[in-house]
Design a binder for this molecule. Structure first.
Ligand SMILES: Cc1cc2nc3c(=O)[nH]c(=O)nc-3n(C[C@H](O)[C@H](O)[C@H](O)COP(=O)(O)O)c2cc1C
Length: 447
């Protein structure tokens, strides 16, 4: 799939909704309302004015679309993740690409011409939520892709948050210590595989375009930026070239965070744009921020895949892992075929060691579907006793956005809802043939 448009064109019709509405607030509300109905289609907001840019939102709001981007079946997404990391495909430099169809410099590079929207009522202004920052390690030159939300302050100026303390924060810190601005290019809309790669947390020695190539199954074509020493996907929709300033900070926020709260926590960095390049007719990609499936899925999928891979190395009986939406990345359900008593607790301790976000871990047997929260809670109701089957580890490093954390730490609760060896209870079941009959009957019912 060479471009965002081609990926959208490849989706089944029932996964794409088209609406005509103002860009502020309404598209976010549509996504959140559909989520309540258990639906998570891509929303395309048609431009109100002829010739305006369409806005695409909720592209990453569904796990099955993430699997489609990675080119695997949904149940193979985590088992195959290690393969993407092990078989990277290097990008290819090309001379030109659609992203350079329009080059705007100086006063012509004006972000107020983009449909940058407001999402939630408390938000401090217009936010670019889909900006992938491409930067280079100031010492090694290895490229990195990562997200940072951007609050528009002026046509060429944004305050941004590097609060995840990821590679971009590290690169910017090292450049600033030498009194230097960090050159970056912000990609707004590209092949969805580039977005998957940007959400992944990998070693700083790995070029994340290699990972995007792994997802795509072919090299990502890159072009050199016009005014910074950075390379961007030739098929990008819009690119903002510029710098993160070494010595300036500006207020940023409040903004809806994945916890469901409006947050003022920010590193308050400043990005200044020099040049905007774009397609002649670009699509503006937006990502639903806050406690939305889109934000949680895109931010959480790479972490779940990493947790799965790490734990599976030691515990081959691990079957599936899931961060339920209700737990906004703080809760994790795992299913496993237990080889020995105590193995569920071992899996929980590994989980808490690998993933600082998780504060509640629940392990169930392989007959329980971790993607069905009611089943997990059924297992807790019928296979767990609080006096013997749980443990708490106090004061462990955590994600700072947990509103109940104390000095950057919280308590980890592990629940072992697996059955003990020799368990005699038999689950009541329905024969698959009878189930098929029932489904046929239901399909024929008139409502
Ligand atoms: C939609 C989305 C928005 C994000 N926004 C931010 C942000 O504003 N600031 C931040 O520090 N991290 C943010 N993150 C998390 C980081 O980008 C993410 O952890 C990334 O993997 C960091 O990669 P790096 O260590 O390679 O820089 C966001 C993630 C997603 C998926």
């Amino acid at each position: 799939m060479a471009s965002l448009q081609q990926f959208l064109d490849s989706l089944p019709a029932d996964q794409v909704f088209r609406i005509r509405s103002p860009i502020d607030y309404v598209p976010t509300a549509v996504v959140m309302e559909l989520e309540k109905q258990g639906r998570s289609p891509v929303i395309i907001v048609e431009p109100e004015q002829p010739g305006g840019m369409p806005v695409v939102i909720n592209l990453f709001g569904d796990r099955s679309r993430i699997a489609r981007i990675a080119g695997v079946e949904l149940d193979q997404l985590f088992p195959q993740w290690g393969r993407f990391l092990d078989t990277p495909i290097k990008p290819r430099m090309v001379k030109d690409g659609p992203v350079h169809e329009v080059v705007l410099e100086g006063a012509k590079a004006d972000c107020t011409t983009l449909p940058i929207s407001k999402h939630f009522a408390e938000d401090g202004g217009r936010y670019v939520s889909s900006g992938v920052f491409v930067a280079k390690d100031p010492d090694t030159g290895v490229r990195n892709l990562s997200f940072a939300r951007m609050l528009m302050k002026a046509p060429n100026r944004f305050s941004i948050n590097l609060g995840s303390r990821g590679d971009l924060w590290e690169h910017q810190g090292r450049a600033a210590a030498r009194g230097k601005n960090l050159e970056v290019a912000v990609v707004i809309g590209a092949q969805p595989a580039v977005y998957l790669a940007a959400s992944a947390k990998v070693a700083m020695t790995i070029d994340e375009y290699d990972l995007a190539g792994g997802f795509l199954g072919k090299p990502v074509d890159l072009v050199k930026c016009k005014t910074v020493d950075i390379e961007v996907p030739a098929e990008s929709e819009i690119v903002l070239e510029g710098e993160i300033l070494a010595d300036e900070h500006e207020d940023e926020g409040p903004v809806a965070e994945y916890t469901g709260y409006s947050s003022r926590r920010s590193t308050r960095n400043v990005f200044c744009m020099k040049t905007m390049t774009r397609r002649q007719k670009p699509i503006y990609l937006d990502i639903t921020p806050g406690l939305s499936s889109e934000h949680l899925t895109l931010a959480g999928i790479a972490r779940q895949a990493r947790d799965y891979t790490r734990i599976k190395e030691m515990i081959p009986g691990l079957k599936a892992i899931h961060f339920p939406r209700s737990g906004n990345s703080f809760h994790c359900y795992m299913s496993m075929k237990k080889m020995a008593e105590g193995e569920a607790r071992r899996a929980l301790m590994m989980l808490f060691g690998v993933d600082p976000y998780v504060k509640l871990g629940v392990v169930v047997d392989e007959d329980v579907d971790v993607f069905n929260e009611a089943e997990v809670l059924w297992a807790v109701a019928t296979r767990f006793q609080a006096d013997t089957d749980m443990f708490v580890v106090p004061k462990v490093l955590c994600n700072m956005l947990d509103p109940t954390s104390v000095n950057g730490t919280n308590a980890k609760l592990g629940i072992d809802a697996t059955v003990p060896k020799g368990w005699q209870e038999q689950r009541a079941t329905i024969d698959p043939e009878v189930l098929a009959q029932a489904r046929t009957l239901i399909a024929g019912l008139k409502s």
